[in-house]
Write a protein that binds this ligand. Sequence first.
Ligand code: FAD
Length: 297
Amino acid sequence: MKITDLLNTGKVTVSCELFPPKYGSGLAGAKTVVRETAALNPAFISITYGAGGGTSNYTADLADETQNKCGVTALAHLTCISSEKEKIRETLAQLSKLKIKNILALRGDIPEGSPHPENASYHHACDLMKEIRDYKDETHSMMEDGFCIGGACYPEGHPEAVSIQKDIDTLKIKVESGCQFFTTQMFFDNNILYNFLYRMLNNKIEVPVIAGIMPVIDGKQIARICKISGTALPSRFRAIVEKFSSNSAAMCQAGIAYATEQIIDLIANDVNHIHIYTMNKPDIAGKIIANLSEILK
Ligand code: FAD
């Protein structure tokens, strides 16, 4: 099923994100994580793409497991920054063959210390989106209607963006390049998302936005993640991390409660599509979904 069809039913959706294992670790454990996550009955499962590393093929394998073995719609991430056109077309053919219709098209992070060459095949996510939109599948008739393309957006602005307005302008370019929905970077203050959604509307960007929620269960990890992503930590959240990060069971409980509260507030304010960054922990996602059981009915 196309994700845009799932998002247009008027119902609240909760989806989950998984990442593939490191190269050489094998797929058996990751497939178990897929099965346990699928058992939570999410609207869809997204599988990240290991840019530049050796694990990129695992994304298609796990998307296959998700959709064709477990019966849950898969969203395969795909990055372009270190790829040649031939590799991208091969990946599109592979996804098409597997009937994976949904792709989150990303630039990926520019590897540290290696400036992006001017003659590279792709410079921005919109270049990849155009490639996917224009991809003609001559062999797999199920894909005649093309891929459903999503993109990333950043409620606090992308860390490299020159200005908030310029960052919004690039989202417009993504939509013009074929992007049909956005998933947000994680955020810990819902007001930041609400302001961002107003900016999107003011700029006449009207495709659905899926709110990305990261349950923080490891206080030490979060400082590093926030530094990379440029995500702000509100003082309320910082107090929780400072108080509980030395007690992993308490931090886990507080992280689940914080994420649950964030989601309830979002749904109460008509943000109907929630994506849980599960960090490959189906039990944590399961506890959050259980906390929402009446709300999701
Ligand atoms: P772009 O849209 O290309 O934006 C990058 C920068 O360039 C921004 O500052 C933007 O303002 C600017 N820009 C964009 N378009 C233009 C243009 N046409 N002209 C001028 N400037 C422009 N990384 C992975 O490696 N694998 C993953 O699976 C993955 N999944 C992700 C999922 C989500 C929901 C999110 C939010 C991020 C994910 N990332 C992933 C990280 C992502 O690759 C990085 O944040 C990367 O730095 C930017 O990717 P992008 O697709 O947003 O890039």
